[in-house]
Design a protein around this ligand. Structure first.
Ligand code: ASP
Length: 426
């Protein structure tokens, strides 16, 4: 039998032999994906031996709709909503690239341990790589989640690409007050790679989805080993590494907790909203026309004028240090805020809090109407601004809400904590 792409093969030349999966080959080379995940190219004159035909991928017939799974009595019901990303992906042997091809039902079939934790309803909301997410998709997703909670789901899992997982987690945190856990999960390596993190992340996510932690959280590997996952608050988490399995970190806050693997024992580090403590509420309007300007030395303030005059409704400036831009930006900040466009300042430092009362620049920025973004991540400030502007509040209300902690995005009460602020004379 002739070996085809996706089959397991042994390829031998005069001096070396490789075993692995046959990939799309070039006119010069036969390409084999080794078990360690790396590809090797071998001259076409090499001898190929077929070891195993590729297994047909398990696929759900009813991939676009809710699928009724076999119910185990006494187990809670979890709704899995899939949006795509690597957790729903495998290598496409036509292109050698990773593409989103699995539904939530496929994920369930591939990870049988999940069935011991809960009964599931599954739904495909999107099948996209998360770089294609947008505000209107967050809204559709929030509505789908609310519908599942209304239909009695005891917990929700959202499978999602890792690139913009933090943005979606943050958007859902502002849009939904939830009585049950809403857990976002992804994976850094697709299911067909030996080092895939998808099964452990999904099992940990399911365990959090049936727990008492009724918050929007992100559950991903805590270390590069398979020992525990961290449970991050949806408004505090950032992807901090391009490829490591433990890429997700809570910034400016402790994670809510950790979940050991394989015992699935949860240990919490912070307070959290408990199951049933809050009633379901959906505030799903968003103003998409907002942006982040990352200030760099010498950057032209004209960009701010451009945004103000081309219909942007809210601007986050990711400033330097305690929250600064060059002095020539101040008149343009004043111009934007006079137009009724909120300008929120965050810091490229990531860690720490904005305090625009220490240096002259900061004080001038505040006089020009800039809002200190407290200790929010810049992307969280952006999503919050989009959400706040969607609520139909006045300019003053939006500015006030940006400084108020609404979904765990700001530590403590708002206000500068810098030692010099004691001498505040604004
Ligand atoms: N680009 C992919 C995505 O965000 C990466 C991943 O899922 O990990 O959809």
């Amino acid at each position: 039998m002739v070996a085809e792409q996706g089959d397991r093969v042994r390829v031998a030349t005069d001096n070396v032999t490789y075993e692995g999966t046959l990939m799309p080959s070039t006119t010069i080379n036969i390409v084999v994906k080794l078990d360690n995940g790396y590809n090797v190219g071998v001259d076409r004159s090499a001898c190929i031996e077929l070891l195993e035909k590729k297994a047909p991928a398990p696929r759900s017939e009813k991939s676009e709709e809710d699928t009724g799974a076999v119910e185990e009595e006494g187990l809670p019901t979890v709704a899995i909503l899939s949006t795509g990303g690597t957790i729903a992906s495998k290598v496409d042997y036509r292109t050698g690239a990773v593409t989103s091809q699995f539904t939530a039902e496929d994920i369930l079939n591939a990870i049988p341990e999940l069935r011991k934790i809960a009964n599931y309803r599954t739904k495909v909301v999107y099948s996209i790589l998360s770089e294609n997410m947008r505000a209107e998709y967050w809204i559709t997703l929030a509505r789908a989640i609310a519908e599942e909670i209304e239909k009695g789901a005891d917990g929700i899992i959202v499978t999602h690409g890792t690139d913009t997982l933090g943005y979606t987690a943050s958007a859902l945190s502002f849009m939904i007050k939830t009585p049950v856990p809403i857990v976002l999960v992804g994976s850094q390596r697709s299911a067909d790679r030996p080092s895939s993190d998808n099964a452990m992340n999904a099992i940990c996510a399911a365990s959090v989805a049936v727990s008492d932690i009724a918050e929007v959280s992100v559950v991903m590997h805590g270390t590069t080993s398979d020992d525990y996952c961290l449970i991050h608050r949806g408004t505090r988490v950032r992807k901090m590494h391009t490829s490591r399995r433990d890429a997700f970190r809570s910034i400016n806050a402790q994670p809510i907790g950790r979940i050991d693997y394989p015992s699935c024992k949860i240990e919490t580090f912070t307070g959290y909203a408990r199951r049933g403590e809050r009633k379901l509420a959906l505030h799903d309007r968003m103003e998409p026309k907002c942006t982040i300007l990352r200030y760099t030395p010498g950057m032209s303030p004209e960009l701010l004028r451009f945004c103000s005059l081309s219909g942007y409704k809210g601007i986050v400036i990711d400033g330097t240090g305690l929250g600064h831009v060059a002095a020539d930006w101040i008149p343009l900040i004043e111009f934007a805020t006079a137009e009724g466009i909120p300008v929120v300042v965050t810091s490229q430092c990531l860690n720490g809090r904005i305090c625009d009362r220490v240096y002259d620049t900061g004080r001038d920025m505040l006089r020009a109407g800039a809002i200190e973004g407290e200790d929010m991540l810049s992307e969280v400030a952006l999503v919050k601004l989009m959400w706040a502007l969607g609520q139909g509040w006045s300019y003053e209300e939006v500015c006030a809400k940006m400084k108020e902690g609404l979904a765990g995005e700001i530590s403590g009460s708002s206000g500068c904590r810098h030692e010099y602020c004691a001498f505040d004379n604004l």
